[in-house]
Write a protein that binds this ligand. Structure first.
Ligand code: SF4
Length: 214
């Protein structure tokens, strides 16, 4: 089967089995971007606690966050883990945001935004693409460990495929479609968390019918 209909088959199978994901859970594009930085190397439930602490402290704006001493910011986001590193990364991103108009809306007009984001210390491809796709509705396909694991186990990509190559695997086949990209990545993550773990649980997984014959 050609790649586009094949990927559509994966998407439709997951959507039928799991239903819409409602990603990204956030009240604003800024909250999406902050969540994308805080979620590095931690569970989303920890990010939720950190963001709740920022809301309780009434500092969920670029100006208020940047006005906080770094130690105070770090202690507020402590539930997200690696809190000192993440406080520094948040400040780098917020400084970048401030230097480009101060609002997420203004970021849309920054030329070569993905490349500019990748130049912000602490923002790698997955974080940059999460901000682009879920905060700014830019059609970049977000890939991660789950994407690599699932599509390798199904014989479609090499185990050691790099981020850019894996992203191109999807973007070259699918037309740029923000809702599709948002939902597909979310479904892949949900599948990885529930079934496609280091030891796969294929028996109950919705993608089992799409496994190649062994
Ligand atoms: S069927 Fe197995 S290999 Fe495929 S996604 Fe599910 S758990 Fe992973």
């Amino acid at each position: 089967m050609r790649r586009a209909p094949l990927l559509r088959q994966y998407f439709e199978t997951l959507l039928a089995a799991l239903g819409p994901s409602g990603w990204w859970p956030a009240d604003s594009p800024l909250e999406v971007a902050i969540g994308a930085i805080l979620t590095q190397n931690t569970a989303w439930s920890n990010v939720e606690r950190a963001i709740a602490a920022l809301k309780d402290a009434a500092v969920l704006s670029p100006e208020a966050l940047l006005a906080l001493p770094e130690e105070t910011l770090a202690s507020l986001i402590r539930p997200a883990g690696y809190f000192r590193v993440k406080a520094r990364r948040l400040r780098h991103f917020l400084s970048f945001l401030t230097a480009h108009g101060g609002t997420m809306e203004n970021l849309r007009h920054v030329p070569q935004l993905r490349q500019r984001l990748l130049e912000v210390p602490g923002i790698g491809p997955e974080t940059a693409d999460s901000i682009l796709l879920y905060a700014l509705d830019v059609p970049r396909f977000v890939v991660d460990t789950y994407t690599r694991r699932i599509f390798h186990r199904h014989g479609l990509v090499p185990e050691d495929i790099g981020y850019d190559e894996l992203q191109a695997f999807f973007e070259d086949a699918l037309s740029p479609d923000v809702p599709l990209f948002q939902e597909f990545h979310a479904l892949i993550v949900r599948t990885g968390k529930s079934w496609c773990r280091p030891t796969p649980r294929c028996t109950r997984c919705p993608l089992a019918p799409l496994l190649p014959p062994s």
